[in-house]
Each structure stands twice: as structure tokens, then as C-alpha cells.
Design a protein around this ligand. Structure first.
Ligand SMILES: Cc1cc2nc3c(=O)[nH]c(=O)nc-3n(C[C@H](O)[C@H](O)[C@H](O)COP(=O)(O)OP(=O)(O)OC[C@H]3O[C@@H](n4cnc5c(N)ncnc54)[C@H](O)[C@@H]3O)c2cc1C
Length: 314
């Protein structure tokens, strides 16, 4: 079948990820507008091959032998302002929307500083920090359902997006998030800048080496059985300080399981932040997966805790 000229073959994916891991995509298309995404989706349908959407590649781990099918790199990053609303393309990097909102005296995105993903990727996982998440500023999400014959944009209101801790309806569907309406608040420039600096300060211990951010979701204490909590209290009495918050940071547990600095091949549990696995240079997907498996096994056998990955492993 005829392949549109903008769809390339055999393109290495590692450079498109923050982990710098991943072999070639069989087919690879960078799309910046509706016409291109529709053409790319038509191609995958006609060629009967799967498609994968890539935003900033900051929450993915891609196999070393690459991906069969079509990888669609989303570059749709137009931003429009309508009073205190922003209408933004899903391929827009959070850093770009933050800069745009700051210039326009709009507050609500300050916490995004340092998150290297796109708006689309952030909505899929309901990205956030301790007290904030993207769902708090979303009004409407426009998406494309590949099964609809005309590939038209459909819209979901915030309350229909099933946002939860690091999840949304979009993490269960194979839809393409396309355009988003965000509701921000007017604020003074200096106040916005100060907030950005405050959040930036909290990232000072964030590892600088290539990674995909936090590997595991934090642990909800309500999900643990009483035996797990008793074992934790016995071995690490300081867990008592965390109980009122209802959450045990995964990094807190991994550090106490003595994984900080542990290395498999060229993948290492960061000595700076135990919930980050970093690429020391030349790490493979298998190196990372073996580390993940060791950590999960120890958490399970020692404390009966089932850690859940936050990163998307392909
Ligand atoms: C240094 C560092 C710090 C980080 N800090 C944080 C943090 O504080 N909080 C946090 O929540 N996360 C954090 N992350 C993780 C990551 O940046 C976020 O999850 C981000 O929102 C992912 O966006 P992305 O565009 O890179 O998604 P990608 O990694 O490209 O994709 C992630 C998943 O979303 C899907 N996807 C992407 N775009 C679309 C779309 N338009 N439509 C449908 N599906 C799509 C992909 O198919 C994939 O399954 C951090 C990562 C790094 C490397």
C-alpha cells in the first residue's frame, strides 16, 4: 500500500525518550496537525499494524529490539487563550504551557516545572506532584477514537475522564488525546514566579541522569493488610510518621529495602532518589526490568506489598 511521505521506516526510538532506551520503530510518523494524525491512523488501519502514541517519551520504557507497527510522535502544540482558559494541543510540552500561562498572568500550572512530558501524556496518567494534579485544571479533553469512521474529535468533560491517582479513562482506552481546554486563574506575575521557584526547589534531589521519572506508584496505606503494616512498624518504626498521610512513598520503602545504588548492567537505582532508575549509559530495557523485578519481589516477600509500576513498559 502507498505510504505517505512523512511516515518513515526504521527510526531509532531511544532519542525520543528521556530514558534513552529503545530500538527502532518499524514505521515512525511525526504529526503536527489533524490531517497528519488522520493520515497516520488510516495508514495503520490499511496496513493492519498497531499504532503507539509518543508524547515526550518521559514515562515509557521501550524494548531494545524496537516496536513493530507505527509510532506516532505527537507534535501538535498550538496554544490559544480565551480569557483565563487555554486551549492547547496534546503534543504541547508542559514547560511550554507553563511559560505561556506565566506570560499571560495565569496560574495553576506552576507545579509542572521539571516534568518533561506533554499535555497528552500528562492527562493519560493524571500527572502531578504531592498536592496537585493535571485533572484539577482540565475542563474538557478532545480525543480521537480510531474506531470512529471519520476520526472526528469527540469531547469528554473533566468529570467523565475518570481521573484518579496516576490514572484516567485514557490509560485504559487506545484513544488519541488531541486538544485540551484548561481552566486557570488570573494572578500576579511575581506570585506565579515565586510558586514556580517553590516547586523547583522541591526537585533539587531529582536525578539528572536519563530516567523515566518515578518507577513505582506510591503505596496507599488503605490498600495494605494489617500484617504488612505490622511488619513495617516492627522493622521501620519511623513508618508511624507516614501513617497519618495515608501514603507511603515508594522511594521510602525501596531505600529501606537497601536498593539505592544497586546496579544491573547499566541501569541503577538512583543513589539520590530510590524511586528513580537511571541509565548510566547504554542501559537496556532488560537491565531496567530485572531491577524492577528484584525490587517488586523483595517488597512482596518481605512486607506483602505489591508495588505497581508508574512507567509504561512496552
Ligand atoms: C525527570 C522526570 C521527572 C518526572 N516528574 C514527574 C512528576 O513529578 N509527576 C508525574 O506525574 N510524572 C513525572 N514524570 C513522568 C512523566 O514526565 C509524566 O508522566 C508525563 O506526563 C508523561 O508525558 P509524556 O508526553 O512524556 O508521555 P509519554 O512518555 O510519551 O507517554 C506515556 C503514555 O501516554 C501515552 N500518550 C502520550 N501522549 C498521548 C496522547 N496524546 N494520547 C493518548 N495517549 C498518549 C503513551 O502512549 C504512553 O502510554 C517525570 C519524568 C521524568 C523523566
Amino acid at each position: 500500500m502507498n505510504k505517505p511521505a512523512f511516515i518513515k521506516e526504521n527510526i531509532k526510538l531511544a532519542p525520543f525518550t528521556t530514558f534513552k532506551i529503545g530500538g527502532p520503530a518499524e514505521y515512525f510518523a511525526e504529526v503536527s496537525n489533524l490531517e497528519e494524525i488522520r493520515e497516520a491512523l488510516h495508514f495503520s488501519k490499511k496496513a493492519n499494524i498497531p499504532y503507539f502514541i509518543l508524547g515526550g517519551g518521559s514515562n515509557v520504557l521501550i524494548p531494545d529490539d524496537g516496536l513493530k507497527g507505527l509510532v506516532i510522535k505527537n507534535n501538535f502544540s498550538e496554544i490559544k487563550k480565551d480569557d483565563s482558559r487555554l486551549i492547547a494541543g496534546s503534543g504541547c510540552f508542559l514547560s511550554k504551557i507553563l511559560a505561556f500561562s506565566r506570560l499571560n498572568n495565569l496560574s495553576g500550572l506552576e507545579w509542572c516545572i521539571g516534568i518533561p512530558g506533554t499535555l497528552g501524556g500528562a492527562i493519560v496518567s493524571n500527572a502531578g506532584v504531592k498536592d496537585k494534579s493535571i485533572s484539577q485544571i482540565i475542563e474538557k479533553v478532545g480525543f480521537i477514537d480510531n474506531n470512529s469512521p471519520f476520526l472526528e474529535i469527540k469531547y469528554l468533560k473533566n468529570e467523565d475522564c475518570q481521573f484518579g491517582y496516576r490514572k484516567s479513562l485514557f490509560s485504559q482506552k487506545h484513544w488519541i488525546i488531541w486538544q485540551i481546554e484548561l481552566k486557570l486563574k488570573e494572578a500576579e506575575k511575581d506570585k506565579i514566579l515565586q510558586e514556580i521557584k517553590n516547586y523547583q526547589q522541591k526537585r533539587l534531589n531529582q536525578p539528572k541522569l536519563p530516567s523515566a521519572g518515578c518507577v513505582f506508584k506510591n503505596i496507599k496505606i488503605a490498600d495494605l493488610d494489617s500484617r504488612s503494616i505490622e511488619k513495617l512498624k516492627k522493622e521501620f518504626p519511623e513508618v508511624e510518621d507516614l501513617l497519618p498521610s495515608g501514603v507511603i512513598p515508594a522511594g521510602w520503602l525501596i531505600e529501606r529495602l537497601d536498593f539505592k545504588g544497586k546496579t544491573i548492567g547499566k541501569a541503577q537505582v538512583s543513589p539520590e532518589h530510590a524511586n528513580f532508575i537511571v541509565n548510566l549509559g547504554g542501559a537496556t530495557r532488560d537491565n531496567v526490568c530485572v531491577l524492577i523485578a528484584f525490587i517488586k519481589e523483595r517488597a512482596r516477600t518481605q512486607f506483602g506489598i505489591q508495588l505497581q509500576e508508574e512507567i509504561n513498559i512496552f
